[in-house]
Design a protein around this ligand. Structure first.
Ligand SMILES: CSC[C@@H](O)[C@H](O)C(=O)COP(=O)(O)O
Length: 404
C-alpha cells in the first residue's frame, strides 16, 4: 500500500488525519478553502510542501463545487477576485513555511492572467476559463511535487555517499547511517518526501545501513510519522529522543556511526539560513561539533530569496497543550479503543512552544534541491540565486511555467 497523505481527483479531495497516526488511519474530506485552512491550522495536514498543495487543491475543489452548483461567477474578473480572496485567507493558516505563500503567489498570477486572456470585459462567460486555469495549475503542483522530491532524494543521496561516506577501503563503507528530524516524508509532501526522500534513495540504492529518527518533541512527528513511514517501507530505522542526538553523533568513528544529518526545511533564506522544525538548530550544532555533515533537503519552492536572512523569518508559536499533553492509545488497550490525551506537565506552568527554529547557514554543509546540491563557494556563502538562473533540466521548465 502506498502512503498517501493527499487523495485527489478532480472535484474531490481527502487528507489523511496526521494527528490520528500511527494509531488510526482516517481521511477527512476537504470541500473548500475553509476546510483546507482548518486541516492545515489544526495540523491534520502538515509539512511545508503538503500544506501548499492541500491549500491549492482545497480551493480547486471549491471552484469545481461552485461550477457544479451553477454558482461560479460568470465574469472572469470575479472568479480571479474570488481566487485572490481565498488564497489570501489560506496563507493565514500557518506563517513559517514559505511554500504556501509561494504557491498562492503563482496561482494568483495564473488566475489573473487567465482573466486577462478571457477578456470578457466583466460581461460574463470567462469565469469558467479562469476556474479551469486555476484547477489545472493546482493539479500540476501535486504532480510536480512527487517528481521533484524523487530528484531531491537522488541528488541528496549521491552527495552524502560521495562526501560523507567512508573511505571506500572496506565493504562496510558502502553502508551509511543517517539521522533525520521531524517528518519530511510522503506524509509531509505529495509523496516520497524531501529529507526522508534522501533516506529512501539511499535505501533504494542499498547504501543505507540505518536511519535514526528523533521523536521530535513537542508534537512527536518523528515518533508518530517518520517511524511509521520507515516501518511501512521496511527501511531499517531506530527512534531516539531528541536529547539523545548529541550522544549518537559523538559515536562518529565507531560502529553504526552517523555519516550525515539530513533535515527538511520550511523556509530557506537567501543567505542559506534555514527555518525548520524546532530542534534542528541543536542538531546542527552537535553535528558540527562532531564533524558530521549537515544537509538540508528541500524543493526550490522552499527557498525564499526575498528573505535576506533567518532573522526575518516569522516563527510560529503553537498552543501550550502540545507541550503539556500527549495523545495515544493506552499501552494495553484494545486496538479499537480511541486514543486518549493525558497531561504530562504540572498544572499552572507557563509554556513556550515555538514550532520552528533557524539554523544559521554557517552550520549547513549542503542544500539538496530537485536541481542539484548547492554547497558554499570559496567565499563561504551559498549562492541560491543560481538555482533559479539555470536553464537546464527542471529549472528551465519551472522558469518557463511560472516566471519569478
Ligand atoms: C518537508 S516539511 C519541512 C519539515 O522539515 C518541517 O520541519 C516539517 O515537518 C513541518 O513541520 P510541521 O510543523 O509538522 O508542519
Amino acid at each position: 500500500m502506498v502512503l498517501e497523505a493527499i487523495r485527489y481527483s478532480r472535484g474531490a479531495l481527502e487528507v489523511l488525519d496526521q494527528l490520528a497516526l500511527p494509531h488510526a488511519t482516517r481521511y477527512d474530506a476537504v470541500r473548500s478553502s475553509r476546510d483546507a485552512w482548518q486541516a492545515i491550522r489544526s495540523m491534520r495536514t502538515r509539512g511545508a510542501p503538503a500544506i501548499a498543495i492541500v491549500a491549492a487543491l482545497g480551493l480547486a475543489v471549491e471552484l469545481e463545487a461552485l461550477r457544479r452548483d451553477a454558482a461560479l461567477p460568470p465574469a472572469a474578473a470575479d472568479v480571479a477576485a474570488l481566487v485572490d480572496d481565498r488564497l489570501a485567507f489560506l496563507v493565514t493558516s500557518r506563517p513559517t513555511a514559505v511554500n504556501l505563500a509561494d504557491a498562492a503567489r503563482k496561482l494568483r498570477r495564473v488566475a489573473r492572467e487567465a482573466a486577462a486572456r478571457a477578456g470578457d470585459g466583466g460581461g460574463g462567460g470567462g469565469g469558467a476559463d479562469v476556474a479551469d486555469a486555476y484547477v489545472r495549475a493546482a493539479e500540476r503542483m501535486l504532480a510536480d511535487d512527487v517528481r521533484d522530491n524523487e530528484a531531491i532524494g537522488r541528488h541528496g543521496a549521491e552527495w552524502i555517499a560521495a562526501r560523507a561516506g567512508g573511505d571506500g577501503d572496506d565493504d562496510d563503507d558502502a553502508a551509511l547511517s543517517v539521522l533525520t528530524h521531524c517528518n519530511t516524508g510522503s506524509l509531509a509532501t505529495a509523496g516520497y518526501g524531501t529529507a526522508l526522500g534522501v533516506v529512501r534513495a539511499l535505501h533504494a540504492s542499498s547504501r543505507l545501513r540505518r536511519a535514526f529518527c528523533t521523536e521530535t518533541r513537542p508534537y512527536n512527528q518523528g515518533a508518530r510519522l517518520t517511524a511509521y513511514e520507515l516501518v511501512h517501507d521496511g527501511i531499517p530505522g531506530t527512534l531516539i529522543t531528541d536529547s539523545m542526538a548529541a550522544s549518537l553523533l559523538a559515536l562518529r568513528g565507531r560502529a553504526d556511526n552517523i555519516a550525515a544529518v539530513v533535515v527538511g526545511a520550511d523556509r530557506v533564506a537567501a543567505n542559506g539560513d534555514t527555518a525548520n522544525k524546532i530542534g534542528t538548530y541543536a542538531l546542527a550544532i552537535a553535528a558540527r561539533r562532531h564533524g558530521v555533515k549537515f544537509v538540508v533537503a528541500a524543493p526550490r519552492t522552499t527557498v525564499d530569496l526575498k528573505t535576506a536572512s533567518g532573522a526575518a523569518i516569522v516563527i510560529e508559536e503553537r498552543p501550550a497543550r502540545e507541550v503539556t499533553t500527549i495523545t495515544g492509545p493506552t499501552v494495553d488497550a484494545d486496538p479499537t479503543t480511541p486514543a486518549q490525551t493525558i497531561k504530562i506537565a504540572a498544572d499552572g506552568i507557563a509554556v513556550w512552544n515555538p514550532a520552528f527554529d533557524v539554523t544559521p547557514a554557517e552550520l549547513i554543509d549542503a542544500i539538496a534541491t530537485e536541481c542539484g546540491v548547492v554547497e558554499k563557494g570559496e567565499d563561504g556563502e551559498f549562492d541560491l540565486e543560481k538555482l533559479f538562473g539555470q536553464e537546464e533540466g527542471d529549472m528551465g521548465r519551472e522558469m518557463g511555467r511560472w516566471g519569478r
